[in-house]
Structure formats: structure tokens, C-alpha cells
Design a protein around this ligand. Structure first.
Ligand SMILES: [Fe+2]
Length: 181
């Protein structure tokens, strides 16, 4: 099983630059830490500002369900290793701001999981014993990728990380796990 697959999607550099502009034009991204893992609906501002997103994902034969920003304001630790909530097992991830040298790391564990809620109300599940896991894959967040969000994962940040660190997640209606066999 693959945990992720990189894709050289059309005009992804332009999309990522426009996402960066969008974030830089919205001061709330830099001041409101309750926005962590903030989610905007697909028919909101993001798609209106960046229509290239629709064209960009066409090679993946999927349709946009939701566009969200995943925002980190501080270093993470083992307690952030988690499985995303929700029914959708895959998502498209794009680097937006301060993602160089950061990684999404995948793990396996036989520890039970406990359900928690993000400040925005979305649920996720974390390991009961944070010492009990093994890293099995590393996604470098420097280009678009389709990745699994129902497998254990966490974000690795280097010591000199600049914050906020922001990625964009595009949720789609279709299950893309067939791309990750
Ligand atoms: Fe996640």
C-alpha cells in the first residue's frame, strides 16, 4: 500500500503562489490561532479567487468537495500523531507557506486511538500511547500529492521552522485510494 503519490499537476506552482497571496492578504491567518486546521467550503472565497484549482485537479478525475487550510502556529510533538476524522480516506495536499523542509510522516502502531475535537469542531483520533509507533513513510510537502488521511500521520517540522506553516487540503467527492495501490 502506498501512503501518498506526488503529482506534477498543471499550473500547480501558479495555484500555490495564489494560495500564498490569498493567505498573505488575510491577516487572520497570522493572528487567530483558533484557525488551526481551519476549513472553508469549496464554494467560498478560495475557489472564486483561484479558479485554476478546478483545472489543476482535472488529471485526477475528481470533483472538489471542500478546500481547507491546515495551519500550524507552533512545533508539534508525538501527541499530534493522528488519524483524520470524516468519511473520506484521501485528500490532495499542496504546500502554501513555510513548508520547505517539513514532512508529513506516516506511522503504524498497535496502540488504541482516542477521539478528540479540533477547535473548529472537526474530530480526529490520536494514539493512547505516544511512544508506541513506527515510522513507515515520509511525504515531503514541496509539491502536490494525493495522500491517505485515515492512516496514522503527523507533521515533522525542523528546529528552525518559521510559523505559521500552512498547507492546503483539497477534499474531493471521489475515493482516490485506487491511485495509491
Ligand atoms: Fe491529518
Amino acid at each position: 500500500m502506498k501512503y501518498f503519490q506526488y503529482y506534477d499537476l498543471p499550473n500547480w506552482n501558479i495555484v500555490c503562489q495564489k494560495l500564498r497571496d490569498y493567505v498573505n492578504d488575510n491577516p487572520e491567518f497570522f493572528s487567530n490561532t483558533s484557525l488551526s486546521a481551519f476549513r472553508r467550503s469549496a464554494d467560498g472565497n478560495v475557489l472564486a479567487n483561484i479558479p485554476e484549482i478546478t483545472e489543476m485537479i482535472k488529471p485526477l478525475n475528481c470533483t472538489i468537495r471542500v478546500i481547507s487550510f491546515y495551519i500550524l502556529y507552533e512545533h508539534t510533538d508525538d501527541s499530534w500523531i493522528h488519524v483524520d476524522g470524516g468519511a473520506h480516506a484521501t485528500r490532495i495536499i499542496l504546500p502554501v507557506l513555510n513548508c520547505d523542509n517539513t514532512e508529513t510522516r506516516y506511522y503504524v502502531s498497535d496502540s488504541p486511538l482516542t477521539e478528540l475535537k479540533q477547535p473548529n469542531g472537526l474530530s480526529y483520533r490520536v494514539l493512547d500511547q505516544t511512544s508506541n509507533y513506527k515510522q513507515v513513510a515520509t511525504l515531503h510537502v514541496t509539491q502536490p500529492a494525493v495522500h491517505r488521511v485515515h492512516e496514522l500521520h503527523g507533521v515533522f517540522l525542523p528546529k528552525d521552522q518559521v510559523f505559521p506553516r500552512i498547507t492546503c487540503g483539497i477534499g474531493v467527492h471521489e475515493d482516490l485510494t485506487h491511485l495509491l495501490k
